[in-house]
Design a protein around this ligand. Sequence first.
Ligand SMILES: Nc1ncnc2c1ncn2[C@@H]1O[C@H](COP(=O)(O)OP(=O)(O)OP(=O)(O)O)[C@@H](O)[C@H]1O
Length: 300
Amino acid sequence: MSTLINITSLSWKIQQKNILHNISFNVRKGEVIGIIGPNGAGKTSLLRCLTNQANILANSNISGSVQLKNRDLKQYSAKEIAQHFALVMQKNDSIFALSVQDVMNMGLLPHKSFFALDNDHDKAQIALALDKVGLRHELHSHFNQLSGGEQQRVLIARALVQASQILILDEPTNHLDVYYQHQVLQLVSKLHITVIMTVHDFNLASLYCQRLLLLNKGELISDGTPEEVLAPKQLSKIFGLPCQQNIDAITGATQVSFYLEENRLEENRLEENGLVENKIIDDKLAAPIDTQCASGSLSE
Ligand SMILES: Nc1ncnc2c1ncn2[C@@H]1O[C@H](COP(=O)(O)OP(=O)(O)OP(=O)(O)O)[C@@H](O)[C@H]1O
């Protein structure tokens, strides 16, 4: 796979705080990448830099470089960026007053002039994209009268008609019920384009992303396969909770579970005390621990 994006030593500092610190990685064509990490880790900020939103890379607090196809992203015009990147971000105040059809038309704009819109091919593309997210019947509805989950699905459909090479999504499963969480992630992961998305749910990220980037306090802590990045020791340390990694019996995907010690079933504690190999990781010991320590790992 050829390299599409190169991020080198990207740092962003605001009032002594490192929003992003010395981040370097490459994105290869066709990869589906999930960016994970705790609240405030810098996930959305990284997406904003990757797409030079509002010309953010011109900000003097930001250093390092982002290159798209071996050319500095700062040299791309806004239209060129829109031709390469389809965005599904969290804040969409500017489109609230529009109809679903108007929102969908916006997805076609990067590739044509406003006056060239609305031919039969465009209409068919829009209908197909809305079909994929189960919302064809809402074409003439007002965007602001849809539920949060329906709005999110319209934005994903708009990104589909934009037909860009790179799809950027900030928390695409926000507001979605469990059916549409899977539906939408399955859809975007099978588009055969490059996808970079922030995901809070590690198990969904693991199931639908081939590569994960773990951020914490603005730093890139880990970059690799879900199995590598969802390492219990690492996650336990960052989130301050015991963590266990399993292979899902149905999907075969790496999964993790977190829990408070007080919520563990008593019978599990007894079983592990005697017989079962323990995979719980103690934050303080930063190593697999034996069962005698396990029940007190949070309180000690
Ligand atoms: N323009 C800004 N001015 C000041 N601080 C900012 C700005 N943008 C982001 N931050 C700070 O940078 C940090 C990272 O924010 P960001 O939104 O990127 O985190 P995140 O990982 O996406 O978080 P979440 O999971 O909560 O959405 C936060 O502490 C945030 O307050």
